[in-house]
Design a protein around this ligand. Structure first.
Ligand code: PGA
Length: 245
């Protein structure tokens, strides 16, 4: 299992330190792989706190470019330099807020690979796409367009995040999660066999109270958690549920 906390655009550096320290102190022995993705401006402070712990840290986005004239962007080398070991790519909020295309996201996955960072590639359909019966085709086309055909040093994890379930309190049913995750596993086996065994995380309103159900669905290898990763007790509750799954 792999449990990842996406802190999004929240908090001050002081709050980031307190949250990171609470996770370091509270992480139980035998916990699954645990990662946190703080705002970029808090990465250095958080790294100081988690560096001797099993928790690892990543960025919420990266540039596909190596360096140069890209105002406001962060390169994978910069992330690695500050102690990040992974990066979220293709989150639906970046697709929506910044118009990120599948092609741009493919560039980011490749950049992460080149720096030896683990990429957490987010895929997922909108409510409209689900209601019109296109959820699986949309996710398949995102996988096909955003995943390189060969893989080198960095790992790639897939996060299935139905857009309509993110931050809304709506969670996909266990049946829907099982169906989509099984489809993703089969798709990977058929089209990207090098990463066919990778974790497939579910994301979208995962909380301590519903985590056991989510982890009971087929082919769920963990969770990408937004809102509930901002409070240590909530996030540790999800980790505890993963340990029982
Ligand atoms: P949420 O966010 O848990 O707040 O729904 C999940 C995500 O966007 O990764």
């Amino acid at each position: 299992m792999f449990i990842a906390g996406n802190w999004k655009m929240n908090g001050t550096v002081a709050q980031a330190r307190v949250l990171a320290q609470a996770l370091v102190n509270g992480l139980p022995d035998g916990a699954p792989a645990t990662a946190i993705f703080p705002p970029a401006i808090h990465l250095a402070a958080v790294h100081d706190i988690i560096k001797d712990s099993p928790i690892f840290m990543g960025g919420q986005d990266c540039s596909s470019a190596e360096n140069g004239a890209h105002t406001g962007d962060l390169s994978v080398a910069m992330l690695a330099d500050i102690g990040a070991r992974g990066v979220i790519v293709g989150h639906s909020e970046r697709r929506t807020d910044h118009g990120e295309s599948n092609e741009a996201i493919l560039g980011k996955v490749k950049a992460a690979q080149s720096a030896g960072l683990g990429a957490v590639l987010c895929v997922g359909e909108t409510l409209d796409e689900r209601q019109s019966g296109r959820a699986e085709t949309v996710v398949q086309s995102q996988l096909a367009a955003c995943l390189p055909t060969t893989f080198d040093s960095g790992s790639v994890v897939i996060a299935y995040e139905p857009v309509w379930a993110i931050g809304t309190g709506m969670v996909a049913t266990v049946q829907d999660i099982s169906a989509m995750h099984s489809m993703i596993r089969q798709w990977l086996q058929a089209h990207r066999p090098e990463i066919a065994d990778t974790f497939i995380l579910y994301g979208g309103s995962v909380k301590a109270a519903n985590a056991a159900d989510v982890f009971g669905a087929d082919e769920v290898g963990g969770a990408l958690v937004g809102g509930a990763s901002l409070k240590s007790d909530d996030f540790l509750g999800i980790i505890a549920a993963a340990m029982k799954a």
